[in-house]
Design a protein around this ligand. Structure first.
Ligand SMILES: Cc1cc2nc3c(=O)[nH]c(=O)nc-3n(C[C@H](O)[C@H](O)[C@H](O)COP(=O)(O)OP(=O)(O)OC[C@H]3O[C@@H](n4cnc5c(N)ncnc54)[C@H](O)[C@@H]3O)c2cc1C
Length: 394
């Protein structure tokens, strides 16, 4: 059976950008359909960091209590351990936000929260298990998407198509929008580490490479930064990874010896963005417009802020008609600057993140400087916790 839906806005992708935009447009009275290829949000690890400015947006939406009722852990300061010597990299405690902490929450819980809030509006629809396969044109203008779902082909026509389908989006290339970027110097290995009841590790351990440890209650989610292109998934690579980790964190030697090759997932870091975020009838936001490096864990926050800016700029237009190219460009102009600044900083961070001096080496000068000047950690806290250009709802 084929399905045909007419709506004001169709959004490809129910990640942080797509669901937040769907929720905000529905709240503004716009008829909106979000199309998500998965049946639920329970998928691989995608990152957990919900920044103070995102929590302000949730508070403005009246969702903060519901957010805090879900499993989470708060971090007022990002701390780094250099062979046991600790320092603060980013301090959120003096931010002008309601909650002065970065909060860790499994992404599926966060997305469930947004989907539940959006589905309370009758003018919001989430089509799950439906993969967007292409766009529908009327001449040069994009007027909808076609997808494949459990009930067959689904055509959704709309005044605006938003591509929020993430960094591997096919939709944007169908509209001739190709990302440009710089080769990232690093990749990240992700895997789970067994956790005994009283186990604890510093959040960031550095000194001969870097390990980030997220405590997920009954296991640790580990991120280990490696030079780009060096992981082939072989037994030799695994042995090398174990050696490196043992040097950074001798206490992890035992648990990491039990990690198998298939348990290790490679994230190829990409640092890229579209030159133009829009085409006639189509706008790209979130990772579809700009893939970020994991440094600072800013991807979700930027995706949310793109959604907030998009809703603020386009909801009044969408209520009446299709947005013009000029109106779509306003979204890009608003959001491209924070993306550019953040990517610049992430590029600068690549080298220090990858530095692999021998264990025991004294703390490098930039870290000592940070340790001795706590005001810098507050500046970093502002940059990470608020973003370069925080967005408000109205
Ligand atoms: C391993 C890993 C760790 C990360 N760690 C962090 C972190 O700690 N903090 C942080 O802030 N960011 C982190 N990130 C980045 C962060 O997850 C992204 O920046 C953020 O999720 C971007 O949101 P988005 O909505 O733009 O895109 P996505 O989250 O990628 O969402 C896109 C959605 O579109 C759906 N989709 C894709 N194609 C189609 C299609 N054809 N049809 C229908 N649906 C489709 C996908 O299923 C997905 O739900 C991490 C990313 C990875 C991969």
């Amino acid at each position: 059976m084929d399905i045909r839906i007419d709506t004001d806005c169709v959004i490809a992708g129910g990640g942080p950008a797509g669901l937040m935009l769907g929720l905000l447009l529905a709240r503004a009275g716009i008829d909106v359909v979000v199309v998500e290829k998965h049946a639920d949000f329970l998928r691989d690890f995608r990152g957990d960091t919900i920044h103070p400015s995102t929590q302000d947006v949730l508070a403005e939406l009246g969702l903060l209590d519901a957010f805090l009722a879900r499993p989470h852990a708060d971090m007022p300061r990002v701390r780094l351990s250099w062979h046991g010597e600790e320092l603060t990299l980013a301090d959120f405690t003096r931010l002008p936000t309601r909650r002065k902490v970065m909060t860790f929450m499994p992404q599926w819980d966060f997305l469930d929260l947004l989907a539940d809030a959006a589905e309370a509006y009758t003018n919001f629809r989430l089509l799950r298990s439906t993969r967007v396969t292409g766009v529908i044109h009327d001449g040069d203008r994009i007027i909808g998407i076609s997808g494949e779902g459990p009930d067959g082909t689904t055509d959704v026509r709309a005044r605006l198509v938003v591509d929020a389908s993430g960094r591997d989006s096919d939709l944007r290339s169908a509209a001739g929008l190709i990302p440009v970027g710089v080769a990232a110097a690093m990749d990240v290995l992700w895997f789970r580490l067994a956790k005994a009841p009283d186990d604890a590790y510093p959040f960031i351990q550095a000194g001969a490479g870097m390990i980030i440890t997220i405590d997920r209650g009954d296991f640790f989610q580990i991120a280990h930064v490696i030079p780009a292109g060096t992981w082939t998934g072989s037994e030799e690579d695994l042995a090398l990874m174990r050696q490196r980790i043992a040097r950074i964190s001798p206490r992890m030697t035992g648990p990491v010896a039990r990690v198998a090759r298939d348990d290790v997932h490679l994230l190829r870091v990409r640092l890229e963005r579209l030159r133009r975020w829009y085409a006639d009838g189509l706008l790209c936001i979130g990772d579809a417009a700009h893939a970020m490096s994991p440094a600072g864990g800013v991807g979700i926050n930027l995706a949310i802020q793109d959604a907030v800016a998009t809703a603020r700029i386009l909801a009044p237009v969408l209520r009446e008609r299709a947005p013009s190219a000029r109106e779509l460009r306003r979204v890009q102009r608003r959001r491209v600057w924070p993306v550019r600044v953040t990517q610049r900083v992430q590029r600068l961070l690549q080298r220090p993140l990858l530095s692999t001096p021998d264990a025991g080496t004294a703390m490098p000068v930039p870290l000592r400087f940070l340790r001795d000047h706590p005001a810098l950690a507050r500046i970093a806290g502002r940059f990470v916790g608020l973003g370069a250009r925080p967005e408000r709802l109205d």
